[in-house]
Ligand binder design. Structure first.
Ligand SMILES: [Ca+2]
Ligand SMILES: [Ca+2]
Length: 371
């Protein structure tokens, strides 16, 4: 200790006479300072295109929800979503980070998922046949025997015992004849479920419905803005806690997935739309019940290239889990989501599906622009 104190004392003492090498040091220091100040003006650095550079930090910005009133009376069944800036994403999901500031214009959004009754009107008016109702074409499935090429869809078929969660074939089954009119297969019906969300609707079917209705599918950014209901980076559409006053706020899954559904929220499969409280924009079932198609292509790295205002997603799709299959975004999770298996019922969670794929937990709702 004594030695170091001595050294400090010596070095902090002003020297009486500068030595020649000290002068050179001072001159070199001045040159370096001047270079540091002026060099960037003449030699600009390569633009930093890293995600961190493209993304504003959450601490420095706050969302700004537009306060302009709705531009007119709401179309039937739709809510005014005012638009504004918000933090999109959820850093707890690998494909929903980084959280980044996004701006969307105001728009209309269906208050609830499109119901069986609504979908039936579309089919009655147009004679539309959904993808799940069409037999797969032999040329699309070379080598598959003709007797196997039957129309159908994927139905949640829970096992009776606990199974490893890494193998979804343990609870998903291709059921011939399953479609929106027969959600669990040919022997099932939507009678009595007219106010449940339509399921087994592929992206192409949802778009056809939206076109017929004079609407469109929401972008992923619009969907998440609406789901958050003006709340800033809250984990749930309704706030910070899973239950409010001890009550479930969404139709998801309770119990051991996939074999035991404790149905504390009252429903094993789909629930009638609007069984749970609406969020601040008057929207119901933005979490759970059924997944909802968005217009965007899916990529896990979408948020690494944020575009700021009214983003419409990437120009192409890539899913590392199935590289050859282009996929569209789904949002909101379903009645099968739980903290044990699929937490993607959170407003920032993302899902994905091939545009002609359907299942018993996939539906949609529509948006409409103001112009
Ligand atoms: Ca449930
Ligand atoms: Ca939903």
């Amino acid at each position: 200790m004594a030695g170091s104190a001595e050294t400090t004392r010596k070095s902090s003492s002003p020297s009486r006479r500068a030595r020649p090498w000290q002068g050179w040091l001072i001159a070199a220091g001045i040159v370096l300072i001047v270079a540091a100040v002026f060099a960037p003006r003449f030699f600009p650095a390569t633009p930093d295109t890293s995600p961190a550079a493209a993304t504003l930090t959450p601490a420095s910005n706050s969302p700004a929800i537009n306060d302009a009133p709705a531009p007119g009376p709401a179309p039937e069944g739709m809510a005014w979503i005012p638009g504004g800036s918000y933090w999109m994403g959820d850093n707890t999901f690998p494909d929903a980070q980084p959280e980044h500031l996004v701006t969307v214009d105001g728009f209309w959004l269906d208050k609830h998922e499109v119901t069986n009754a609504e979908f039936a009107k579309f089919v009655d008016a147009t004679g539309y046949v959904t993808f799940a109702e069409k037999a797969p074409k032999a040329e699309d499935y070379p080598g598959v025997p003709a007797e196997k090429l039957v129309a159908g869809s994927i139905v949640f078929t829970p096992p009776t015992e606990a199974v490893p969660l890494g193998d979804h074939f343990q609870w998903w089954q291709y059921v011939p004849g399953a479609c929106w009119k027969h959600p669990e297969g040919p022997d099932s019906t939507i009678e009595g479920r007219e106010d449940h969300p339509a399921v087994h609707v592929a992206w192409v079917d949802a778009k056809a419905y939206a076109d017929w209705a004079g609407k469109r599918l929401p972008t992923e950014a619009e969907w998440e803005f609406a789901a958050r209901g003006g709340l800033d980076r809250q984990p749930f559409c309704w706030g910070g806690e899973l239950l409010m006053d001890g009550k479930w706020q969404a139709n998801i899954w309770q119990g051991n997935f996939p074999n035991e559904n404790a149905q504390q929220d009252g429903f094993v499969r789909t629930a009638p739309v609007g069984k749970y409280p609406a969020n601040r924009y008057g929207l119901v079932d933005m979490s759970g019940n059924v997944w909802e198609w968005c217009s965007d292509w899916y990529r896990p790295d979408t948020y690494l290239h944020p575009t700021g205002k009214n983003p419409v997603g990437p120009e192409d799709s890539f899913d590392p889990q199935e590289p050859g299959l282009p996929k569209r975004v789904q949002r909101g999770g379903s009645f099968l989501c739980s903290d044990m298996y699929c937490v993607r019922y959170l407003p920032g969670g993302r899902g994905k599906g091939e545009p002609t794929s359907a299942a018993s937990h996939i539906g949609f709702r529509c948006a409409k622009s103001t112009k």
